[in-house]
Ligand binder design. Structure first.
Ligand code: AMP
Length: 283
């Protein structure tokens, strides 16, 4: 499998492939790969000749220094997992911070029409400027035909779509379903940091989301939010940061529901200092 550390080298190789008419797919990741990431790579392999997987823990999207420091890094097993999928059609790009930021470790400021101010944007200031900065940079280097993002980070997916639209970037963004453990917990690199007690408690998050979806059929958004907040009161292991029912298009919390709009519930929970997020479509 081809592994590149420098943008000039992967860019040159990809330009050659493009001249040959090969279709390029791209899956950006922060490594510590799990089956959720691999599902994205498999989907990309199905409709592209070459799939570029980036492994880069992007400093500018972390608003919390200790989260960045403790973020799991498992490069050797990441490579082994990708190799087990396909040795010939996957290229890995694992740049240094300097290869991406060229001595200027700062994010660009973006305007995503308010999408960036809701939920994760509110609780992780600067997060989406960091995400958009790095993804835009990657798009310039890789110049992919198709790029794959998980619905696990639904707000991020919406923001990337908006960025591509606003900047006329010639790439098709494809959203992929959330991959879950058999007990319902959304797969996440951060799950590896959970103690066994926290890991046993964590499926509660998706269980509550599923029940909230049922409640939403007959109750108001406000009532469902109150019910969920009640479920986490005095939980002991999981601490609710937010639970929000939002319009899928605007990501704004809703007041009244109508049949014409699509709604989704979003949740962020702490287990000690480990932050877990999840979401579910409500209608
Ligand atoms: P990350 O390495 O956490 O930045 O994730 C890289 C990509 O994989 C993002 O587009 C995520 O949304 C996606 N992803 C992470 N976990 C999952 C999951 N459980 N199911 C689907 N996609 C995921």
């Amino acid at each position: 499998m081809l592994v590149y550390q420098e943008k000039t080298q992967i860019k040159a190789e990809l330009e050659l492939r493009k001249v040959k008419g090969q279709v390029i797919g791209f899956v950006p990741t922060m490594g510590a790969l799990h089956q959720g990431h691999l599902a994205l790579v498999k989907q990309a392999l199905n409709s592209n000749d070459i799939v570029v997987v980036s492994i880069f823990v992007n400093p500018t999207q972390f608003n919390n220094a200790s989260d960045l420091e403790k973020y799991p890094r498992t490069f050797d097993s990441d490579i082994a997992l990708l190799e087990s999928l396909n040795e010939d059609r996957i290229m890995v790009y694992t740049p240094s911070v300097d290869d991406i930021y060229e001595g200027n470790l700062r994010s660009q400021k973006f305007d995503f029409d308010g999408l960036e101010r809701e939920m994760e944007g509110k609780y992780r200031p600067g997060h989406f400027d960091g995400v958009a900065t790095v993804v835009k940079r990657f798009f310039e280097i890789v110049n992919p035909d198709n790029a794959y993002f998980g619905e696990k980070d639904f707000q991020q997916l919406a923001i990337i779509k908006r960025m591509v639209n606003k900047n006329d970037i010639p790439v098709t963004i494809i959203g992929c379903k959330i991959h879950r453990e058999s007990d319902g917990l959304a797969m996440s690199s951060r799950n590896a940091r959970l103690t066994s007690e926290q890991r046993n408690a964590a499926p509660f998050i998706y269980a509550v989301l599923k029940e909230a979806k049922q409640e939403f059929a007959s109750k108001s958004a406000n009532e469902v939010v109150k019910w969920v907040e009640e479920q986490f009161k005095g939980h002991g292991i999981l601490e609710l940061e937010y639970f929000i029912i939002a319009d899928e298009k605007t990501l704004r919390p809703i007041r009244n529901k109508t049949d014409k709009r699509r709604y989704r519930a979003f949740i962020a929970v702490y287990a000690d200092d480990i932050r877990l997020i999840d979401n579910i479509a409500l209608n």
